[in-house]
Design a protein around this ligand. Structure first.
Ligand code: 4NP
Length: 150
């Protein structure tokens, strides 16, 4: 299975989600691929935010080698599951979709943890709550793996 994490800048939430899921994939020996993108392209070519690198390093995850990029039309075909962090990302991705099959791939990430609520992962770029977001995404990724493997 190929999973794409999506946020606005691809320097905070989606790189953290990618790093967290990659670690769990390795630990559980799952045959999955993960990548992350932003809807904006504002930080194309940049490494994750230093605060995101530090907060993930504190839980044994290295996201420093990730490079920000903007979502492309090809991503909507290549990936099987597309997980968005908030309603704005969700609508931006849905609006890029050309087919019902592509739309069906897109979900609010936190719906795996708290079904049906369409809750947002708070953006630590503004709130500086990186440790809290790492913990929330860790819980969400556990719920995602459970949903996809049971
Ligand atoms: P992210 O956070 O979408 O979680 O990567 C942001 C990063 C950068 C900006 C906004 C949110 N920005 O305005 O540059």
């Amino acid at each position: 299975m190929k999973i794409l994490m999506v946020c606005l800048g691809n320097i905070c939430r989606s790189p953290i989600a990618q790093g967290v899921l990659e670690k769990k994939i390795r630990e559980k020996k799952l045959d999955w691929i993960v990548d992350s993108v932003g809807t904006s392209g504002w930080h194309d070519g940049e490494a994750p935010d230093d605060r995101a690198i530090k907060a993930t390093k504190a839980v044994g995850i290295d996201i420093s080698k990730q490079i920000s990029r903007k979502i492309t039309p090809d991503d909507l075909d290549y990936f099987d599951v597309i997980l968005t962090m908030d309603s704005s990302n969700y609508l931006d991705v849905i609006n890029l979709c050309k087919t019902p099959l592509q739309k069906d791939k897109v979900s609010h990430m936190l719906n795996f943890l708290r079904p049906g609520r369409n809750e947002a992962v708070p953006d630590p770029y503004y709130h500086d709550n990186f440790a809290e977001v790492v913990e929330l995404l860790d819980d969400a990724m556990d719920a995602f793996i459970l949903a996809k493997t049971s």
